[in-house]
Ligand binder design. Structure first.
Ligand code: AMP
Length: 204
């Protein structure tokens, strides 16, 4: 839905840190670590990486001084009610209160069309979209001249698997945070800059 793009804009705006579970997994895969190898088997199928691995990894990141000092935006975590409960525990131990949870919502067909045209820089991670945000030169990153690649899990059959995982496992997280009164629902089908204005305006 463009959550990574919005998280990056919010991080710039608020001077906070971005904690993206997907980016952390992808970095581990690039570095060929044990965690990366394990995560890849799930990510390639569009499935969630098991909670035992994901929760511990994110809880550890939250303990760093940098995060405490600057604040943080979680991107892609929690993705299940179990993860949300574990996040509550981790934050309580750290004495941190979650300010808001943003649910960016777009119809499935828009998700499929956006992901099918998504490219990301293999060097700096900048994200492009063939229709809405094409690079100036084909296949080359505007920012660092790195090579642009399609994410392995943006293949059509994997996108369908990810949407099913979202409906079955992640959707209940919305109710969990609505009950806590911290949920902000945003229509994510428009222009990224306009969506950012809506989200940042409500987070002030
Ligand atoms: P993303 O970059 O957020 O779209 O995540 C890409 C993939 O990484 C997902 O489809 C999952 O396989 C894995 N992943 C990211 N975040 C989580 C999470 N919180 N729990 C389990 N798996 C995750």
């Amino acid at each position: 839905v463009g959550k990574g793009t919005q998280a990056a804009l919010l991080v710039d705006h608020f001077g906070a840190r971005q904690l993206s579970s997907g980016d952390i997994f992808r970095k581990e895969i690039c570095e060929g670590t044990e965690l990366g190898c394990l995560a890849k088997t799930y990510m390639d199928r569009g499935e969630l990486v098991p909670n035992e691995v994901t929760i511990g990894m994110m809880a550890k990141r939250l303990e760093t001084d940098d995060i405490r000092e600057h604040g943080f935006i979680l991107d892609g975590f929690p993705r299940s009610v179990e993860q949300a409960v574990a996040l509550d525990d981790a934050l309580e131990k750290l004495g941190i209160q979650l300010a808001k949870v943003v649910s960016i919502e777009v119809p499935d067909e828009v998700v499929v069309s956006r992901l099918s045209g998504r490219l990301s820089c293999s060097q700096c991670g900048e994200i492009y979209q063939v229709q809405s945000k094409p690079p100036k030169a084909e296949g080359v990153c505007d920012k660092c001249s790195g090579v642009l690649v399609t994410r392995a899990d943006d293949a059509p059959e994997t996108i369908r698997a990810r949407l099913k995982v979202f409906a079955d496992t992640t959707l209940p997280v919305i109710g969990y945070y609505a009950d806590k009164g911290v949920l902000l629902r945003v229509d994510g089908s428009g222009d990224p800059t306009e969506i950012f204005k809506v989200i940042s305006g409500k987070l002030q």
